[in-house]
Design a protein around this ligand. Structure first.
Ligand code: TPP
Ligand code: MG
Length: 315
């Protein structure tokens, strides 16, 4: 629900406070105070935040259980984006679980397709398929493959896993929405290592060229990829400045701070004429002490003892 105060007023009010600035976007900076104002634009209060945090906890628990049962899969990058995905699915996006292909639905593309456990967890929690099905992750005959298959799993918008393709797909969806005169919005979640794919930047260029203000790219900026720190392997930094140079509105946030996530989604929704990139600083493996920020946990599943310990931490 919007509060009815003109958006331009809010931004200019925010910009008066240039101290304590921690976020940069093209042309202006956003202060801590500004997040409070942006957050106020679309009903955010402590109760909503607490509910979303509860949802993210359930997602993390399901991710750990699923991966433990499967014995393989991507743990770190599923956990790092749980708060973002909880905000998208339980606060931001309009969906109809009884009609997954509803033409007016918002679209979410998991461009970092290896984080499939996170997508499956949220789709089950949302009610697209029974929670019991989560136990089938990566098992023979189960629709829940190691990377998402849109033909097999209700609610999956794009079959992803080959890094770089998802954002290009999302550009096409956003363009199609405009051609069809629909008001749906498209959200793509990318990894920071994924930004090393050349295809990403062709897509980003197209997003600005076609002024796709119905498109949001969220980068899970956890600093790690499959085999090391992104900065060591091939640095995509500074990420927000790169999106800005391509013509996007770009903001950098703390990807575990709900008011910042929701504030950035509000900002994107109110912006006309260009797509928005939300560069979300996160901790890979977030929520589980012995998994956090360790590259080893990119593609490793917890053993039964580790599952028990992780679930105890997530209580
Ligand atoms: C085109 C392509 N090349 C390589 C891979 C193998 N791969 C899977 S995950 C990954 C690292 C991705 O790192 P990042 O995007 O930072 O993901 P996150 O940290 O969020 O898990 C790589 C190289 C792939 N899936 N697709
Ligand atoms: Mg990463």
């Amino acid at each position: 629900m919007h509060l009815g105060v003109p958006f331009s007023f809010k931004l200019s009010k925010c910009n008066e406070d240039r101290n304590n600035t921690h976020v940069f976007s093209q042309g202006y900076s956003v202060s801590n105070q500004c997040w409070e104002v942006l957050a106020g634009m679309h009903e955010i209060n402590e109760q909503v935040v607490a509910e979303l945090q509860g949802k993210a906890r359930v997602l993390r628990q399901d991710i750990v259980k699923m991966l433990g049962q499967a014995g393989s899969g991507h743990t770190g990058g599923s956990l790092s984006a749980a708060d973002i995905v909880a905000c998208l699915y339980f606060w931001e996006m309009k969906l109809d679980t009884r009609n997954p292909r509803w033409p007016d639905r918002d679209r979410f593309v998991l461009s970092k397709g290896h984080a499939a456990p996170l997508l499956y967890a949220v789709l089950a929690e949302k009610g697209f398929f029974p929670r019991e099905d989560l136990a089938g992750l990566r098992k023979f005959g189960s629709p829940l493959q190691g990377h998402p298959d849109m033909k097999k799993v209700p609610g999956v918008e794009a079959s992803t896993g080959s890094l770089g393709q998802g954002i290009a797909w999302a550009i096409g969806m956003a363009l199609a929405g405009r051609l069809d005169r629909k008001d749906y919005r498209v959200y793509a979640l990318l990894g920071d290592g994924e930004l090393q794919e050349g295809m990403v930047w062709e897509a980003v260029m197209a997003g600005a060229h076609y002024r796709l203000d119905n498109l949001v790219a969220i980068v899970d900026f956890n600093g790690l990829q499959i085999d090391g720190r992104v900065e060591d392997v091939m640095s995509p930094l500074p990420i927000a400045a790169k999106f800005g140079a391509f013509g996007w509105q770009a903001v950098e946030i703390d990807g575990h701070d709900y008011r910042q996530i929701m504030g950035a989604l509000n900002l994107a929704r109110e912006t006309r004429g260009r797509p928005t990139a939300i560069v979300a600083r996160t901790i890979k493996g977030r929520g589980i002490s012995f998994i956090e920020n360790l590259v080893d946990w990119h593609g490793k599943a917890p053993n039964p003892e580790q599952v028990a310990q992780a679930l105890a931490e997530l209580m």
